[in-house]
Design a protein around this ligand. Structure first.
Ligand code: F6R
Length: 614
């Protein structure tokens, strides 16, 4: 979703801004723009529909001088993707330029008011209203930019991360946030602004994450000033980010998604580091131990999440119910937040989010908090909004995920959920010692088994060629494999644009079986676990209707291989951890089908990495 970059210092701003926008491309966008106050104190605004590369072409031959600037990638909400709607927006007099991430809900009322005062609008965006409002307020009373921004934001209802520049004061950027992330990077006599730390880490590891309704005033060679809307100074903590540049580059892979699929063995090791002991027979999630009374007292767990993280939640439900004997509900955060749910101090809410910024998940957390529930976060992006809103939690530590389709974050989330269930189950006494040790040992072997699966990459690439014709896919699984089927289907549809549905295998006969014919590929997770025989029957039902079955089976299986059209053999894994293995070939299948179809795998159409609007 929209990306914000800003710079003020002694270097040329333009190259820093463009590089920053490229680092944020993964968030998803449809247009891009940059505003610079030039060396001759002109405000130059350049913007275009399309990619950052298109912006660079558009800007070539233009004045890109200046050591202060703001830049933006836009994911359309109000108004189609086009250069007029792209950010930065500027005020009628051309004095102020502004970039914005979020939604101004009362923009129509504000726009009407400004139009009545003679203001004209060049775009159909909510953002242009804000920059005009700032100019209107500033020019009426000839106040400074900070005061004008404070007064304007007091009139705004909605979510925002903004950065504003004043052509007549090229020494200052004013930035503010509410419900939309904004990070300030602190260098030597210079400052960086961005929606997340990825554009900043190349220059400094010192950052400040702004809190809601905080405003940062950044001036060259001056200390950072943070105030609230009433101009009261806010104490701010300078944090050190540990992200290396290699994590933000493709490292020889054609796409970030493939790199991230291949990183999974290392990521799972990172996720377990310091949590599973060296002997491989104990696991401790410190947050579970620190809050064990509260967690053990819970009558019920509710998992809230969206998309892939919701699929991880479905696996978490089975893990927690199995090992801790606590009832678990899994809710779409977007439904939960508007449902007036029955929830109170006896409940523990687990919020799962890779980005830590998903607006619906954050709102679900706030709602549950307001009803007295205890909130546990499982996130990847360190310092993001959800971990800061929760009572405690565990990071998954899989490093930045750049490909829009989530891969390593999913397996990281499942790994943390497994460690949570094991730690809590042991504290509760609901898992016996032998079972506990065997699951921990199996967990330790997951990375090497994932490596084995990744060796199937070429074979899956070959297999994918057969399926580029398909317009539909069905994915089936039972028990722990059902969420894997959902996740496999989601991966395929989001990057290849092939329609795909995941079902619990036994649900087939209640409707979807009508879809089966010789054209229909059906991917079945059929590894040798508790429901193996049942899944075998489901496969036979599909074959009887001439469906084309691709089955994920356990190595050495010679029963399903006789029935299915194609089998992908996977190492044997204990059922509760099987999703960590069976998900990987489905990620590869989706990836290679999308590549065969020539799709933009890392930035699929219409999708955003960080869904910061509801
Ligand atoms: C799918 C995908 C999305 C996200 C969803 C939630 O590949 O990436 O479905 O899982 O938007 O995002 P987070 O986990 O950041 O809350």
């Amino acid at each position: 979703m929209c990306g914000i970059v800003g710079y003020i210092g002694h270097r040329k701003a333009y190259p820093i801004l463009i590089k920053g926008l490229k680092r944020l491309e993964y968030r998803g966008y449809d247009s891009a723009g940059v505003a610079l106050i030039s060396d001759s104190c002109q405000l130059n605004v350049y913007k275009t529909k399309g990619k950052v590369a298109d912006l660079e072409t558009f800007v070539s031959q233009k004045d890109i001088s200046g050591t202060i600037g703001i830049a933006h990638t836009r994911w359309a909400t109000h108004g189609e993707p086009c250069s007029a709607n792209a950010h930065p927006h500027y005020s009628s007099s051309g004095r102020f330029a502004l970039i914005h991430n979020g939604i101004i809900e009362n923009y129509a009322v504000l726009k009407e008011k400004l139009q009545a005062k003679g203001y004209h609008f060049n775009s159909s965006t909510d953002t242009e209203v804000l920059v005009q409002l700032i100019e209107y307020i500033q020019s009426a009373d000839h106040i400074d930019l900070l005061t004008a921004v404070q007064l304007a934001l007091r009139e705004v209802i909605g979510a925002y991360a903004i950065a504003v520049m004043d052509r007549d004061n090229p020494d200052e950027i004013v930035a503010a946030r509410k419900s939309s992330p904004l990070v300030v990077g602190i260098g030597e006599g210079e400052f960086f602004l961005a929606s997340d730390a990825t554009p900043i880490v190349e220059y400094t590891d010192k950052v400040v994450y702004l809190e809601d309704e905080e405003i940062a005033v950044i001036r060259r060679d001056s200390p950072l000033k943070v105030v609230n809307l009433n101009n009261v100074e806010c104490p701010h903590k300078v944090q050190t980010v540990s992200m290396n540049l290699g994590q933000l580059e493709k490292g020889g892979y054609p796409h970030f998604m493939l790199k991230e699929i291949f990183e999974q063995p290392a990521c799972i090791n990172d996720c377990m580091r310091g949590r599973v002991n060296i002997e491989g027979n104990n696991v401790v999630l410190s947050a579970v131990i620190d809050y064990k009374e509260r967690l053990l007292a819970a009558k019920r767990f509710i998992i809230v999440a969206c998309g892939t993280s919701w699929h991880a939640g479905l696996i978490g439900k089975q893990l927690i119910e199995t090992f801790c004997r606590i009832p678990v509900e899994v809710e779409y955060a977007s439904e939960f937040r508007y449902r007036d749910p029955v929830i109170g101090p006896d409940d523990v809410v687990i919020a799962i989010s890779q980005s830590g910024e998903t607006a619906d998940t954050l709102a679900a957390v706030e709602l549950a908090k307001s009803r007295g529930a205890f909130i546990y976060g499982i996130c990847n992006a360190v310092g993001s909004s959800i971990p800061r809103a929760t009572d405690t939690g565990s990071y998954i530590h899989v490093g930045p995920e750049i490909g829009v389709a989530s891969t390593k974050a999913f397996t990281g989330q499942v790994t943390v959920l497994a460690m949570l269930a094991l730690t809590l189950g042991r504290e509760k006494g609901t898992i016996d010692e032998a079972k506990f040790v065997s699951v921990v040992q199996e967990l330790q072997h997951i990375p090497e088994k994932m490596e084995e699966v990744l060796k199937l990459n070429d074979r899956i690439a070959e297999l994918s060629k057969i399926f580029t014709y398909a317009h539909n896919f069905i994915y089936l699984g039972r028990g722990y494999a059902y969420p894997v089927a959902l996740e496999g289907a989601l991966k395929l549809k989001e990057i290849s644009y092939i329609h795909a549905e995941g079902y619990p295998a036994a649900e087939m006969k209640h409707g979807p079986i009508a879809l089966i014919d010789a054209e229909m590929p059906v991917v079945v997770v059929a590894t040798q676990n508790g429901l193996y025989e049942k899944v075998l029957s489901n496969i036979q039902e599909i074959k009887a209707r001439k469906g084309r079955v691709v089955a994920l089976v356990t190595k050495g299986d010679n029963i399903i291989s006789r029935v299915a059209d194609t089998v992908i053999e996977l190492p044997a894994v204990m059922e509760c951890l099987d999703p960590l293995i069976t998900t990987v070939p489905l990620q590869l299948l989706a990836y290679h089908i999308a590549v065969c179809k020539g799709m933009d795998v890392d930035q699929p159409r219409n999708l955003a990495k960080s869904v910061t609007v509801e």
